[in-house]
Design a protein around this ligand. Structure first.
Ligand code: NAD
Length: 325
């Protein structure tokens, strides 16, 4: 048992270290897949040995923190993470868990953009503040850097009294190539991937630097709204489009989990040809009343699951080997 406790402590320490590199330094040292597998091992050990469970374990916390460089923003609606799945079986398990609480379920399937999550607030249709996710409860006010992203409307098409939306800021592949080329010419350390480049750019003190980096956004959720009643996710995504937001592309409402999984596979097939990085696809319960019944854990909503695609680099290696053989 002492060995188990030691293993759990080690995993927590390693995960905290890499979480810090990833979220706070924008400079990961290991692949996401490796991180996810360690997280999974820790989760399994904590479930098997509940006597060693802890409320501050990385399995219970949303990664990231707000440092002192920007004003802090307390999120009225928590910015949660997502539970992940790596196989079809896990997706069907998710469906079974959902149906233990609700029936006649419809899902919406969307690509999971590999960027960083932000909240945007509008009063009477005007942009007033934007912030990072931080630890889910408190983020950083990065309004200045968000204002320079062309696809973030500063004025909405409809002057709703109040709306807070959530989206993913990302760096398109083309912008990433341009930024890295420039970094290499200037003898600077290049960003490792578009996700880290986007995160680093959004936390620049000088908005002109952020403006040059060519960031973009996809909005995928209404966190809160006054002045309109919406009953489902699909309805809210359609509404966001009407307001003028660049909404998450390729979203689709489906009637069962098998079709949802086929959509996940279809999005996966498009992955290489997209202008932006995705690391998975998200399946979400469509109906808001059903979401309310399903609720959340300390870290993620029980009404959604993220299917994570295998790392692209590993796929390339397999192809290399096949060619060599
Ligand atoms: P996550 O990235 O797995 O999922 C949650 C996030 O997905 C949300 O915050 C949201 O912003 C984003 N998202 C994108 N598209 C979305 C959509 N259509 N609908 C809903 N959400 C959408 O979880 P996380 O807690 O943000 O980050 C954990 C991930 O970060 C891990 O899976 C790991 O791969 C990576 N990570 C890597 C390292 C490393 O060292 N390589 C360290 C820490 C974390």
């Amino acid at each position: 048992m002492e060995n188990i406790k030691q293993k759990i402590d080690e995993l927590r320490k390693t995960l905290r270290y890499h979480s810090d590199r990833y979220y706070n330094d924008d400079a990961p040292e290991i692949e996401d897949y490796e991180y996810d597998m360690m997280m999974r091992e820790l989760k399994e050990l904590e479930e098997k040995y509940p006597q060693y469970d802890a409320v501050d374990s990385p399995t219970k916390r949303v990664g990231g923190k707000a440092d002192n460089s920007f004003e802090s923003v307390e999120h009225t609606v928590r910015m949660e993470s997502l539970q992940d799945a790596f196989s079809k079986e896990e997706i069907f398990d998710f469906d079974r868990r959902v149906k233990e609480s609700v029936s006649d379920v419809h899902y919406v399937v969307e690509p999971k953009i590999d960027g960083l999550s932000v909240s945007l607030e509008y009063v009477n249709g005007e942009f007033v503040r934007g912030s990072t996710r931080g630890d889910g409860n408190v983020g950083e006010d990065v309004s200045g850097n968000l204002r320079v992203i062309h696809n973030i409307p500063l004025k909405l098409n409809v002057a709703v009294p109040f709306i807070e939306v959530r989206g993913e800021v990302y760096m398109p592949k083309k912008s990433f190539e341009r930024v890295v080329d420039r970094q290499l010419i200037n003898d600077e350390k290049p960003f490792k991937n578009p996700r880290n480049a986007a995160a680093g750019s959004l936390r620049q003190k000088d908005s002109r630097v952020a403006a040059e980096r060519g960031l973009d956004i996809f909005v995928f959720n209404i966190q809160q709204i006054e002045g309109a009643t919406l009953n489902s996710h699909k309805e809210s995504l359609d509404y966001l489009k009407k307001l003028g937001f660049n909404t998450i592309p390729y979203y689709e409402r489906v009637d069962d989990i098998q079709t949802a999984f086929s959509k996940v596979e279809e999005i996966g097939e498009r992955r290489g040809s997209l202008e932006f990085d995705i690391d998975g696809a998200v399946i979400k319960v469509d109906d808001f009343a059903q979401r309310e019944i399903l609720g959340s854990t300390a870290k993620f909503p029980k009404w959604a699951v993220a299917f994570k695609y295998p790392p692209e680099e590993k796929q390339t290696k397999i192809i290399d080997i096949e060619i060599t053989v």
